[in-house]
Write a protein that binds this ligand. Structure first.
Ligand code: AMP
Length: 221
């Protein structure tokens, strides 16, 4: 199974993509998570992308595509993968098609998580991430057991540098301009399914699993 999550920043792609990957034994591939880890580790790539991310802009396509290519063709992705945050523009989508064509492969389904814009802004305001392992929280809806501390590793929770109001607006602008054209791109293949991304995590996950079942994908790897 090769899945792609599309949807604006804050729609819950990361949370749901991880759950789907776990349930079906797929590799979760999220460039945003990869870049944040590089920033935490202070690598050369981390130093290169830190400022770009803080401003809500996109990391150059060649850098991002190379990272994704390596992951898709890695052993961990043998059973399939869930892409979360890639592609984000038509050039990246074309690069992905090329990567998959080279393996005689294609995407099984594109899942569009639909959330109204006002809610996206509110979710970014209440989102925190662990400074140690990157696990996301929502301080209103899914707070940690101990305030300000990660349930998994105990490190401090922080606000993502790109979750301030101005950067969220910038990320939404880029989403509308660069990422939304991907719906038309993938609709041509008739593989887009829209899922209501509002409500609690379990209900949304249930809707996604149902959609996979309807497409006859849930029994597959
Ligand atoms: P995300 O965690 O998906 O919200 O991504 C956080 C940030 O990482 C984005 O605002 C971009 O700066 C960068 N990023 C993530 N995915 C991509 C991508 N496919 N292309 C370019 N930049 C990306």
């Amino acid at each position: 199974m090769k899945l792609l999550f599309l949807g604006p920043p804050g729609a819950g792609k990361g949370t749901q993509a991880k759950l789907v990957a776990e349930r079906f034994g797929l590799m979760h591939i999220a460039p945003g998570d990869i870049f944040r880890q590089e920033v935490r580790e202070g690598t050369e790539l981390g130093r290169l992308v830190e400022g770009i991310m803080a401003e809500g802009r996109l990391v150059p396509d060649d850098i991002t595509t190379q990272i994704i290519d390596k992951r898709i063709n890695s052993r961990e992705a043998e059973n399939g993968f869930v892409l979360d945050g890639f592609p984000r523009n038509v050039a990246q989508a074309e690069a992905l098609s090329k990567i998959l064509r080279a393996r005689n492969d294609g995407l099984s389904l594109v899942i569009n998580l639909v959330v109204p814009e006002e809610e996206l802004v509110e979710r970014a305001r209440t989102r925190r991430v662990c400074s140690g392992c990157g696990k996301p929280y929502n301080i209103k809806l899914e707070p940690p057991k101990t305030q300000g501390k990660c349930d998994v590793c105990g490190e401090a929770l922080i606000t993502r540098p790109d979750d301030n109001e101005d950067t969220v607006k910038q990320r939404l602008k880029i989403y509308h301009e660069a990422t939304e054209p991907l719906f038309e791109y993938y609709n041509r293949d008739g593989i887009v399914v829209s899922i209501n991304g509002c409500g609690d995590v379990d209900s949304i996950f249930h809707r996604i699993v149902e959609a996979l079942e309807e497409k006859g994908l849930s029994g597959k790897r």
